[in-house]
Ligand binder design. Structure first.
Ligand code: KIV
Ligand code: ZN
Length: 526
């Protein structure tokens, strides 16, 4: 069944671009394996179209889009291509393996964007006709986007959309590339295109909104009210600058406000929380506490009045149930007497279906944690599993032992045993604080030039015995990697996060040329 067949008047197609537009945000680079994992979760969740990458941008993008295309069970797999034959051919080479492939080609149509390739209106119209025709000769399912549509002259927008439809585009995406529009205008553009463009009733209009003014979700929903039937979005709203429309926000808005937004999606919303956590983990972008739907505080009630109301009738202060997005209603603490079966059941409830060997590793760490901490909460378990999943199969560097001396009298000292490629090394170093001292030990045993760009610490639960999750981001010659770790000891978590990032850097050095993660491919170039 094609997307067109599945789309009825009240069905909104969900197009997820976490792996393309989302991954484009500086520092959010994911490994090949992580991309495959996220694509698998999106497919399972019921995302109609996964934009898996920009195949011409790098060998890594090409390999990921090809492999995701081969593995996808239900989702259509889409790749991005600029308006030239080389990009489109490369994109097709990658997506053609999918049961349902799509080519997405685009060109900037606003005056500012037309000026860069130095094309006048007629020349650009000709280019659109040629490239969409070429894509359509390769693939039945072609999406075309006039980049910066919301700043394109309305008459010209109608003209180029008509050309793309005549050349065979089956979806026309209207991007608000710089997050400039507002809801009434977003709706007006879709209405104008539906009214003025011949053939507009035969294709699907999509909306692709950036969040520079914080209106991406509102703009996307306004476009849907006006007749768009595809929303482009990312998990956690990941994306360049202020990000994109968040998948969880549009899907839950249509569900909760079905009275005024009477549209259906095929999304299994109970998978939202797990995807949100995983994307946050692999991209190294933490979710802000007060983020709609998936923020840590989204279902917490602090004030006495709110708590009292919720206890009497949960609907007094909750417009959706935590279970709707896969959050367990009960946060029953586990302790050191809990067994493997209970742990498996609990993890399943939290959205983690682990293989036996992974469960064994998590179980050992859970027992160790339960020995140190009286009660192990859901958030502790999530941190533990995420930590386990973020470790790569082979760890060149492993922390064996760490002791630090810290306090008001410096210098702070660290004493460490680090396993480097299977051999234990003992070292001690001083530093400006215990974290600095521990990092200095690692640097002495594994000299490198990577810059520490981000170092963040979060307490997983309340209390002084809470686990800390630490994320670090390193950059070396344009390669960007993130690492994370969780432990009740903040210094241990910090050191393990640093080592995790270095292990990823080692793998990245073997697989990619310098500068690979800083995507130099220009949106306007050939
Ligand atoms: O924001 C944008 O315009 C894009 C296009 C490539 C569709 O992401
Ligand atoms: Zn975009």
């Amino acid at each position: 069944m094609t997307i067109q067949d599945r789309t009825t008047q009240d069905r909104v197609v969900i197009f997820d671009t976490t792996l393309r537009d989302g991954e484009q945000s500086p520092g959010a680079t994911m490994t090949h394996e992580e991309k495959l994992e996220i694509a698998g979760l999106l497919d399972e969740m019921g995302v109609d179209i996964i934009e898996a990458g920009f195949p011409i941008a790098s060998e890594g993008d090409f390999a990921a889009v090809s492999e995701i295309s081969k593995r996808a069970k239900n989702s259509t797999i889409c790749g991005l291509a600029r308006a030239n034959q080389k990009d489109i051919d490369r994109c097709w080479e990658a997506v053609r393996h999918a049961k349902s492939p799509r080519i997405h080609t685009f060109i900037g149509t606003s005056p500012l964007h037309r000026a860069i390739p130095n094309l006048d209106m007629d020349q650009m119209a000709e280019r659109i006709h040629e490239t969409v025709t070429h894509a359509r000769n390769l693939c039945d399912n072609v999406q075309w986007s006039p980049m910066d549509a919301t700043r394109t002259e309305p008459d010209y927008l109608c003209r180029v959309v008509e050309i793309a439809i005549k050349a065979g585009a089956t979806t026309i995406n209207i991007p608000d590339t710089v997050g400039y529009t507002y809801p009434m205008e977003s709706a007006k553009i879709i209405r104008m295109l539906l009214e003025r463009v011949p053939g507009a009733d035969k294709i699907i209009f999509a909306t692709h909104c950036h969040n520079d003014l914080g209106m991406a979700t509102a703009n996307a929903l306004a476009a849907v009210e006006a007749g768009a039937r595809q929303i482009e979005c990312t998990i956690n709203g990941l994306g360049e600058r202020a990000g994109n429309t968040a998948l969880e926000e549009v899907v839950m808005a249509m569900r909760v406000r079905n009275d005024i937004l009477p549209f259906q999606t095929g999304i299994d919303t109970t998978k939202i929380m797990n995807l949100s956590r995983r994307v946050s983990q692999v991209s190294g972008f933490p979710v802000q506490f007060n983020k709609a739907i998936v923020g840590k505080n989204a279902f917490l009630h602090e004030s006495g009045i709110h708590q009292d109301g919720v206890l009497k009738n949960v609907q007094t202060f909750e417009i959706m149930r935590p279970e709707d997005i896969g959050l367990t209603a009960k946060n029953i603490a586990m302790g050191k007497h809990s067994g493997r079966a209970a742990l498996r059941a609990k993890l399943k409830e939290l959205g983690f279906d682990l293989a036996d060997n992974q469960l064994n590793d998590v179980f050992v760490r859970f027992k160790a944690l339960a020995d140190r901490k009286k009660e192990v909460y859901d958030d502790d378990l999530i941190a533990l599993v995420s930590d386990e999943q973020s470790n790569d199969a082979y760890e060149f560097l492993q922390l064996k032992k760490l002791r630090v001396v810290c306090g008001t009298e410096g210098p702070q000292e660290a004493d460490m045993i680090l396993t480097v490629d299977g051999v234990d090394h003992h070292i001690d170093a001083t530093g400006d604080g215990p974290v600095d001292a521990a990092f200095n030990c690692v640097k002495m045993l594994f000299p490198h030039k990577a810059n520490l760009q981000v170092y963040q610490v979060h307490a997983v639960t309340e209390g002084t015995d809470a686990q800390a999750t630490v994320s670090v981001r390193l950059e070396e010659e344009g390669r960007i990697v993130t690492g994370s770790a969780a432990d009740t000891d903040t210094i241990v978590a910090s050191t393990r996060a640093y080592i995790n990032a270095l292990n990823r850097l080692i793998i990245r050095r073997q697989k990619t040329a310098p500068g690979e993660d800083v995507k130099t491919v220009s949106y306007h170039g050939e």
